[in-house]
Design a protein around this ligand. Sequence first.
Ligand code: ADP
Length: 694
Amino acid sequence: MKTSKESHKKKIILSYTLAIVVPCIILGLLAFRGIRNDQALMEKEQLRVLNEIAGNIITKTVAKLDSLETGFINISEELNPPNQLIFSDSVLDTYIKEEKVISGIFFAENNQVKLLDSDILFLPDNYFGASGQSDQYNQIRETGWNYEFRERNYVKAVEYFKNKLSVINDKTFQGEVINIIARNLKKQNKHGEALELYDQIYKEYPDIYIQNEIPLGLVSLQESAKIRFMQGDAAEALKIVNSLLKNLDESHWKISKSYFFNSISEIRNINSEADTVNAEIKKWIDNNDSILNSIVIKEKYTDDLLSFQEKADILTMSKNVSTFPSYRYRYLTNGNTNLVALMKKSENQYWGIIYNQEELLSGTVVPLLKSHASKTKFDWEVRNIQGEILINSGAVPENNVSTNISFPASLPPWSFVLYPGQKSILASFLQTGEGVFFYIFILIVVILSLGLIFILNSVSNELRLSKMKSNFITTVSHEFKSPLASIRQMAEMLEQNRVPTNERKQKYYQGIVQQSERLTHLIENILNFSKMEAKQREFRFQTNNILPVIEDVVLSFNNFMAVKGFNIEFRKLSPIPEFSFDKEAMEQVIHNLLDNACKYSGESKKVEVFTEEKKGEVVIGIKDYGIGIKKEDRDKIFSRFYRVGDELTQTVKGSGIGLTIVKQIVNAHYGRVLLESEPGKGSTFYVVLPLKFE
Ligand code: ADP
């Protein structure tokens, strides 16, 4: 039995697989392929959009530099060609401070490059030429030099120069002499006096250059700082260093490269030797360090700019190009690629701009990238010519699909690597093509799931019903067995004359009748059930009084059940007019309900039957005080073969068709069965029948 059920189940699943699952899988695979194809198309489209964005950013950057150069041409028309190799110009100075993307301006003429001095920290050593002193004061210098360096008689040197000071009118030489006096005082350890003089120099001669090369402002600050530091006043020393550094950072003086590096290294010494325990000192050190960092950047860049001066070929590469008024190109100095623009002034004269590429990147390219990336989601990198990442969008792109676009020759030698933004799988599914494949896919999944649910449901229903049927057969056979056994036992005893008294004999005859009545009911139930199942049962409606019908059934139960201690009370609450019903069927209804009331009474032995007429209907109530029925079982108990699964019910014999028959009969009378019940306290079944029906 079990194996045949199992093979039935297998058969259903197999045919389901063949008929639905296999075609669905094939369709699904096709749809999936469609989705993949669509995804590839979408990727292509994304890359096309990114290429367009990259082109757009490059065009805008080029346009920005172009317009900057046009603006510069306008300004330069007013300017005269400079005549010094390093020249100053206040108009260009202001201009270069405003246009951060420009790092240097030069003028090229006959293969000679003249640099604007703005932001240049130092000048090449050879710029200052030989520092031979050939003015009228040479005699004084020489005498003083002898006292100081040959005789090392600093007192005498101081005295000598102090005397001379009163007769010197030239301000430059005055400054130089005061500086020599201060130096000699310092050598005598007369620090206080030396400091006073350096203060005076800084106030009165800050922009005087000794031997055209060394600014007194710088010397005085540097010496004051050293003396303060020696005296142990680190805070003051660092404060002076700070103002010295600020001056250097702002290119206050024109100094030679070697003098500049000499000063910087002395300053670094003071800054690094100072003790950092004191909070104020620490503050100055940090402050100075940050200026030193800025200076380091400018040093490199000054070197770069200066190297332009040595490059006489700067013009040759643009000689044959006809894109003037401005021509922008990459130019190699010291192994660095610079971006340079030339603007023709006259036949052999050009103004030139050297661009600040870091600024071009952070001030123009990156903001453009960010603004595009905020609209179209993508990750980006800007790489240099070696392929190293200069800057990126921050996120490490998971996407290995990317587009790589190189910058044109009129921009730095960089490239963009753009990665399409990652979309969620669902979003990209929905976006594919017209979404058709995705919907097919979903449809298939839905069909498969519904089919599976349906099949599983019907298979399990089928199994449950067949289990119920087999239970039914077992229980029914048991129900037959016990009355038959007792009939046989009693009949045998009578036959063999083993029952002594007439009274006992009478009891036995009654017993046989009752048991056979029970059997009859059982058989009737089964026959009626199968007839009703086959829709073959016919009812014989006749107008009749229902009360005697009920009374008969109650009476026979009372007779039968009295042995078990039951007392069935019948209350007629109101008179009931005659009406049309099938007598036999109604007997069966009352019998089944009373039978249940007794069977499921548990310890209680009290059952009540009552009848009344209410609003044109007959109400027949059968009330017990037994085990009751749980809420979730109240509807199910009317289904065929259904029996409550708890222990209390299972100890009682039953077939599970009694209530099904009740319901079917009552339905045929256009009535209804109602139920009130409380587990543990008992149940009342109401049969409600209309007095009239069409
Ligand atoms: P059965 O032959 O099992 O009594 P029925 O169709 O008459 O079949 O009843 C279905 C189920 O309903 C019973 O198995 C029992 O669990 C429950 N039931 C019926 N009447 C009562 C009642 N008066 N009290 C408690 N449970 C009942």
